[in-house]
Design a protein around this ligand. Structure first.
Ligand SMILES: Nc1ncnc2c1ncn2[C@@H]1O[C@H](COP(=O)(O)OP(=O)(O)OP(=O)(O)O)[C@@H](O)[C@H]1O
Ligand SMILES: [Mg+2]
Length: 479
C-alpha cells in the first residue's frame, strides 16, 4: 500500500462521508489487546474459529458454527463477523470503545478475506490516528458492530478537534505567492496581494469572477499556503434563514443540531482561547462560503453581517453570534470569512450592506494568461478566436479551456482530428451559453460565424441558425 500522509487520509475520510456520496460506516470494537495490532497490520482483523463467513446462509447458521466450535467468547458475535464480511473498499471504519473514545478512523482498502491457516478474518484499512484517541459525543443509535451513517460533521470535528500542532509562523508574502504558483495556478501577484491584505484588514473577502477563474481554488490554496485551517461550505439555493447555515435547536429533544459550519466556528473560538491561555499565536481559520450568492446572504448570513460590524469596533477584535437560544459562539480575530461569487443571471445580486462589510477582489481572465495556459496545443489559436468572439457576452475561463483540451486529447487517441473535436466542443460547451436579446449577443454570433471556418462546420451551421433566430425574433437561443 502506498504511504499516505495523515492529511490526505483525513481529507478522504471526510469526503467519503459527504452526504452526496454517502457511504456505509461500521464501528468496530478495538481488539482486546489494544489497537496497536490493527494499526501495525493496516487492517481490521479478528480470529474466529469458523471458515469464510460468506458461505453461511444467515446469522443463525454462522452462530451455530461458532457454537459448534466451542468458542464461548464468540457467543452472540456472529453479527460482527457478518458485518466485517460485507465491508467494501471506500467504506469508513471507526475503532472505538465504550464511552465514545475513538482510537482510529480508517478507509477500507479491499474486500473481506479469510485465512484458513490461522482462522483470521480481515479487511485492509488505512488508519488515521493523527490526534486520536479522542472522546466524541456519539449520537443516539450509534452502537458497536453495526453499520450506520457516521455524520460528516462528527468525522470532521474528530479530525480537527484536538489537533494541537503549534501555529506555524506565517510564511513571508513571497513564499505565499510561490506556493500558489507552484500548484499551477495562473494568477498575477497583485491579486494574491490584494486578497492577502484584504483578509488581514477586513476578515471578510468576496472573490468574484466568471466561472472557472479559480475563485474556490484560490481560497483553498491560499489557506493551505498560510497554514490556515479551512472549510468549504457550499451555499444552497434554498437557504433562507440563519438556521440553514448554523443548525437549529430541536424543541422536542432540546438538542442543538450543529452543522459543519458551526463546528468549525466553535473550533476557531476554542483555538483562539487556548492560544491566548498558552501565550502563543492562534492558528488561523478560513471559512469559505462557496457560491455565496446562490441564496441571499442578507438572509442566511445576517447574524454574521452584524457581528462582523461589532467585531471591527470592539477593543479585542471579538464579537459573539447567537447560534440558537442559549448557545452562542465568539467570532475571534483568527477567523476569516471568504465568499466566492459568480455574478451571472442565475445568481442574486448583493445588497449594499454586504459589499460594505466585505472587500471585493475580482479574478479576471486576461487574454495573455489564457494563451499561455493553452501553450502550443494545436487547437490553441482557433479556440482563442472563439473566445475573442464570445468573451464580451459569454466569457469562459480556465476550467473550460482544460475541458476542451482534455476532450481534444482523448478524441485524438481514437483517431479524431483536433478540428473535429474542437468543432464538437464549441457546439457542446460554448454555444449553449449564448442566449438573450442583448444586441451584443447578435454581434457575438456574427463574429463567431466568421471565425468558425470550413473546419468547424457543425458549429458554423448552428451559429447561423441562432443568428437567423436572433434577427427574426430579437432573441438568441441554442435550443
Ligand atoms: N487561475 C487559474 N490558473 C490555472 N487553472 C485554473 C485557474 N483557475 C481555475 N483553473 C482551473 O479550473 C478549475 C476550476 O477552478 P475553480 O473551481 O476554482 O473555479 P471557480 O472560479 O470557483 O468556478 P465556479 O464559479 O464555477 O465555482 C481548477 O480546478 C483549475 O483546474
Ligand atoms: Mg467555485
Amino acid at each position: 500500500m502506498l504511504a499516505e500522509s495523515m492529511t490526505d487520509l483525513a481529507a478522504q475520510i471526510v469526503a467519503a462521508s459527504d452526504p452526496v456520496s454517502r457511504r456505509l460506516v461500521i464501528r468496530v470494537r478495538q481488539p482486546l489487546n489494544g489497537i496497536g495490532e490493527w494499526l501495525a497490520a493496516s487492517a481490521v482483523s479478528v480470529a474466529a474459529p469458523v471458515g469464510d463467513v460468506r458461505v453461511f446462509r444467515d446469522s443463525a447458521s454462522l452462530a451455530d458454527a461458532l457454537a459448534v466450535n466451542g468458542a464461548e467468547q464468540w457467543a452472540g458475535r456472529d453479527g460482527e463477523l457478518r458485518l466485517l464480511a460485507c465491508l467494501q473498499a471506500g467504506d469508513i471504519v471507526i475503532a472505538s470503545e465504550d464511552g465514545g473514545e475513538v482510537h482510529a478512523v480508517g478507509v477500507v482498502r479491499g474486500a473481506y478475506r479469510h485465512s484458513a491457516a490461522d482462522s483470521r478474518h480481515a479487511v485492509d484499512v488505512s488508519w488515521w490516528t493523527d490526534t486520536l484517541p479522542q472522546r466524541i459525543h456519539a449520537p443516539p443509535g450509534w452502537r458497536y458492530q453495526e453499520i450506520c451513517e457516521a455524520r460528516r460533521e462528527i468525522l470532521q470535528s474528530l479530525m480537527m478537534e484536538g489537533r494541537r500542532i503549534e501555529a506555524l509562523p506565517e510564511p513571508p508574502f513571497g513564499e505565499i505567492v510561490s506556493r500558489v504558483a507552484a500548484a499551477g495556478m495562473r494568477l498575477p501577484e497583485t491579486i494574491v496581494r490584494r486578497y492577502h491584505v484584504a483578509l488581514r484588514t477586513r476578515g471578510f473577502v468576496v472573490l468574484a469572477g466568471v466561472s472557472g477563474t479559480g475563485k474556490t481554488w484560490l481560497a483553498e490554496l491560499y489557506a493551505k499556503a498560510v497554514g490556515a485551517r479551512h472549510l468549504v461550505v457550499p451555499v444552497a439555493p434554498n437557504w433562507t434563514a440563519n438556521e440553514d447555515l448554523l443548525g437549529y435547536l430541536n424543541p422536542l429533544d432540546g438538542a442543538f443540531h450543529a452543522t459543519a459550519f458551526t463546528l468549525f466556528l466553535e473550533g476557531a473560538a476554542r483555538e483562539h482561547r487556548e492560544a491566548k491561555e498558552q501565550g502563543r499565536a492562534p492558528i488561523r481559520y478560513h471559512l469559505i462560503l462557496d457560491e455565496m450568492n446562490l441564496a441571499r446572504p442578507e438572509h442566511y448570513f445576517a447574524k454574521f453581517l452584524s457581528a462582523m460590524e461589532l467585531r471591527s469596533r470592539s477593543a479585542d477584535g471579538e464579537a459573539a453570534v447567537e447560534l440558537a437560544p442559549g448557545r452562542s459562539v465568539p467570532l475571534p480575530s483568527n477567523l476569516a470569512f471568504v465568499g466566492t461569487v459568480n455574478v451571472d443571471e442565475t445568481t442574486h445580486g448583493f445588497a449594499d450592506k454586504v459589499y460594505d462589510r466585505a472587500q471585493l477582489v475580482e479574478l479576471g481572465i486576461p487574454r495573455e494568461a489564457l494563451v499561455a495556459h493553452l501553450g502550443d496545443r494545436p487547437h490553441a489559436v482557433r479556440l482563442m478566436a472563439v473566445w475573442d468572439a464570445v468573451s464580451g457576452v459569454a466569457p469562459f475561463a480556465y476550467r473550460v479551456l482544460d475541458d476542451v483540451t482534455a476532450y481534444v486529447e482523448t478524441s485524438a487517441e481514437l483517431g479524431v482530428r483536433w478540428q473535429e473535436a474542437l468543432d464538437e466542443q464549441v457546439l457542446q460547451k460554448v454555444l449553449p451559453k449564448l442566449k438573450g436579446n442583448d444586441g451584443r449577443v447578435g454581434e457575438a454570433l456574427a463574429r463567431l460565424a466568421e471565425s468558425c471556418g470550413d473546419d468547424l462546420p457543425m458549429s458554423r451551421a448552428r451559429v447561423r441558425t441562432m443568428f437567423d433566430g436572433f434577427q427574426a425574433h430579437g432573441f438568441a437561443s441554442f435550443f
